[in-house]
Design a protein around this ligand. Structure first.
Ligand SMILES: [Zn+2]
Length: 335
């Protein structure tokens, strides 16, 4: 099909990806008339991607392929947007809903990361065997990012009731279905191919909800603000979905949400908390993130109305709850 539609393909990737899944590149060379591969820098700085786009445009490609993890996909989105070319994404990780969204997380300068609206990919080709062979913490991050929609949607509703912000009900429903499919999956496990299928579909649906709403409201609320705040405080980006899922529990508890129990049980039982970096349990870091989070972006969330003491108490209680899962898992594993 590709051979009929696109004669010339520009592939954006990284060396490690080329070495890990050579069969994907080989197949692409078989079906396209010509393939030009470009290795991306590890840090997606917008200015460098502009230079790269200029370079790519000299080959007159018909289509851009992004093959790799989140950084590669974000860079490919931006390049295809600059060149106004159709984009096909081949994710090698299922770590967040950026695998099929119009939003690219890029550095405008070396130390200033921002979310930039680009355009939706024409297609996403996700191979679950590639995802199954990827490190568990990244797939678990995808689980956390999807589950965080439980919190994001409550914030959207709260904003609607408090500020009158409009709700797009199609985007709302899509996002709700995405996290419900994962949350209520019968036998959730990272080794279960059907669960990986469901996770991939949910991540794609969440990205489509963002496109439909015209912004990331269906996918991002207070828990995302806390995650972004922690990135700034630590000076580097942690694994996004792990952080978003972790803070989802705290925020749901602070809101006294009926979702708190079911979400925390689900994450505990699937082993999500075993992948959370220990520094996130630091109370002082959380308090600093709490102060910074409402200023990360202009978006009304429950952080604007819940008393900080309630959030701090919820954080402490959530950490204790999570610790019970962690000690249960370590005694079951005999460690
Ligand atoms: Zn997210």
């Amino acid at each position: 099909m590709l051979g009929d539609v696109a004669a010339s393909v520009a592939v954006l990737t990284q060396k490690a990806v080329l070495e890990k899944i050579p069969h994907v590149f080989k197949r692409l060379e078989e079906i396209a008339e010509s393939v030009f591969s470009y290795e991306l820098p590890p840090v997606p700085v917008a200015r460098r991607l502009m230079d790269l786009s200029l370079n790519i445009s000299r080959q007159h490609p018909d289509i851009i392929f992004g093959i790799g993890g989140g950084t590669v996909l974000d860079s490919a989105k931006y390049v295809s947007y600059l060149l106004n070319l159709p984009l096909i994404l081949v994710p090698t990780l299922a770590s967040n809903d950026g695998i099929c969204s119009p939003v690219a997380s890029l550095f405008l300068e070396e130390d200033q990361r921002s979310s930039i609206r680009t355009k939706m990919p024409y297609a996403v080709l996700a191979d679950k065997d590639i995802i199954l062979s990827s490190p568990a913490r990244y797939t678990m991050a995808g689980v956390g990012d999807i589950i965080s929609k439980a919190c994001a949607l409550e914030d959207w509703k709260l904003s609607n009731e408090t500020t009158g912000e409009e709700i797009d009900y199609f985007a709302w429903t899509l996002s709700k279905m995405a996290y419900h499919s994962v949350l209520h999956f019968k036998d959730p496990s990272l080794n279960n191919k059907e669960f990986i299928d469901t996770l991939l579909e949910s991540l794609v649906s969440s990205g489509i909800a963002i496109e439909y709403a015209g912004n990331s409201r269906p996918a991002s609320g207070a828990e995302h603000l806390l995650s972004h705040a922690v990135d700034r405080l630590l000076g580097y980006s942690g694994i996004h979905g792990l952080q978003a899922g972790f803070y989802t529990c705290t925020v749901l508890m602070a809101r006294d949400s009926i979702n708190y129990g079911v979400v925390t049980e689900f994450l505990g039982n699937i082993g999500f908390f075993n992948h959370i970096p220990r520094q996130l349990f630091n109370r002082e870091l959380f308090e600093r993130a709490l102060e910074l989070a409402p200023h990360v972006r202009r978006r009304f969330t429950c952080l604007d109305i819940i008393c900080p003491q309630v959030l701090k108490f919820a954080f402490e209680e959530t950490c204790k709850h999570i610790d019970r899962f962690l000690s249960r898992d370590s005694s079951e594993n005999g460690t």
